[in-house]
Design a binder for this molecule. Structure first.
Ligand code: GDP
Ligand code: ZN
Length: 381
């Protein structure tokens, strides 16, 4: 296991705050449980960074039972970014996670894969960087659309807002795209007040617009399709004195790779960075009560005559009126309708215990990837 990064000399530097401190109760004090942050997840084991260094820990049996019985296991399963309380080991045993502190924010996605369970992708992030790649010049429309897809960005923005974090839209590979600023300006207009920054990992200072928005002690998650440059951005932000916070590709006794691909890193500037694997599918989570990130539409929707107005031509629809007055665009409302209906559908299926319909046709058609025996399935690939 790697040494404790030198940047971490207090829990605050790791993102600990009063919100979490207030959750340490009498029992925890009496038992001498210590707070730490999950920096990597293995199969049934977690790497926890505490003031004393990195600890390998297992879940207390009591919590494991709770997890098995829970209707919302994703809310209880410790995830990268979570704060936990750990009991020191009695002789020769592993440290034990006794409590997962309530999350301040989360990024969750809906059912994917066979288990049809919502998944928490990262916990306690202040900001999520939604990374896209700008299209190279002369890219066909289809390629350009795949690169910067406002509907996909909107889906992420909604999920991030739902979980209580801020978003930054990062347009990478600006070095390849002569009209990068033009595209950025369009997105700024569409997604205001969300910040949109153009980035490049290939030119000096190319990440400055992002670095300028991430301060020491803040936790940033990085999401986006594979190939957009997430690893390149992480490596560039980590700088030369790269401090991996755990042994990422470590193997267990049977030679299996044990780490999933989410991991918390500490950059030279003291920013806590959580990388996530490229996600093919990003459905909204049925755990979320309401659609996030559409305050503009919802403000108007609150004034519709019918409480369950679907804004599809019902009489007295305030959303339709707002479109007529030029306060909302039809396109924006269409996104809202689509995501709102998807969320309702997810919730209904979940309530019935039935299968959740994947929102993407490609996701439905593609067979589950075959994995060699003994390779743990990355919970979010
Ligand atoms: P990830 O799958 O999102 O982690 O993407 P990678 O970091 O592996 O990058 C995918 C490819 O894009 C690699 O060949 C990188 O060298 C390239 N790449 C990453 N950032 C940039 C950039 O800013 N400009 C250009 N031109 N290429 C980039
Ligand atoms: Zn309406």
């Amino acid at each position: 296991m790697a040494d404790l990064p030198t940047a971490i000399n207090s829990l605050e530097a790791l993102g600990f705050s009063e919100f979490f401190r207030a959750q340490i109760d009498e029992t925890a004090h009496a038992q001498g449980w210590i707070p730490g942050r999950i920096i990597a997840q293995h199969r049934g084991e977690w790497d926890v960074l505490a003031e004393s260094g990195t600890i390998r820990a297992v879940l207390a049996g009591r919590l494991y039972d709770e997890l098995q019985r829970s209707e919302r296991p994703s809310a209880l399963q410790p995830t990268v970014g979570d704060w936990v309380l750990v009991a020191r080991p009695t002789e020769g045993r592993l440290h034990v996670i006794e409590k997962t502190l309530q999350r301040r924010t989360h990024l969750e996605r809906g059912a994917a894969g066979r288990r049809r369970e919502p998944q928490t992708i990262v916990a306690n992030v202040d900001v999520v960087v939604i990374l896209c790649a700008l299209p190279p010049p002369g890219a066909q429309d289809s390629v350009a659309h795949r690169s910067i897809n406002p509907r996909r960005i909107e889906r992420y923005l909604s999920a991030v807002a739902q979980g209580g974090a801020d978003s930054i839209i990062g347009l990478n590979k600006a070095d390849l795209c002569p009209n990068a600023e033009e595209i950025a300006a369009e997105l700024r207009e569409r997604f205001a007040p969300q910040p949109v920054v153009t980035l490049s990992t290939k030119i000096p200072g190319g990440l400055q617009p992002l670095e300028g928005r991430l301060s020491a002690g803040c936790t940033a998650g990085l999401v986006g399709l594979s190939g957009v440059g997430k690893s390149s951005v992480v490596n560039a932000l980590l700088g030369r004195t790269l401090q991996r916070t755990s042994a990422a590709r470590e193997q267990d006794a049977r030679g299996r790779h044990t780490t999933t691909h989410r991991e918390l890193f500490v950059t030279e500037a003291g920013v806590l960075l959580i990388d996530t694997p490229g996600m093919r599918e990003f459905a909204l989570s049925p755990n979320d009560d309401e659609l996030g990130g559409f305050e503009d539409v919802m403000t108007h929707a609150a004034h519709c005559r019918f409480r369950d107005c679907r804004h599809r031509g019902e009489p007295g629809c305030a959303v339709a009126e707002a479109i007529r007055q030029g306060l909302l665009t039809e396109d924006r409302v269409q996104s809202y309708r689509q995501l709102a209906e998807e969320l309702t559908q997810q919730k209904t299926s979940r309530a019935r215990g039935g299968p959740v319909r994947a929102h993407s046709k490609t996701a439905k058609r593609r067979p589950a990837p075959k994995r060699s025996k003994g390779t743990p399935r990355d919970p979010i690939d």
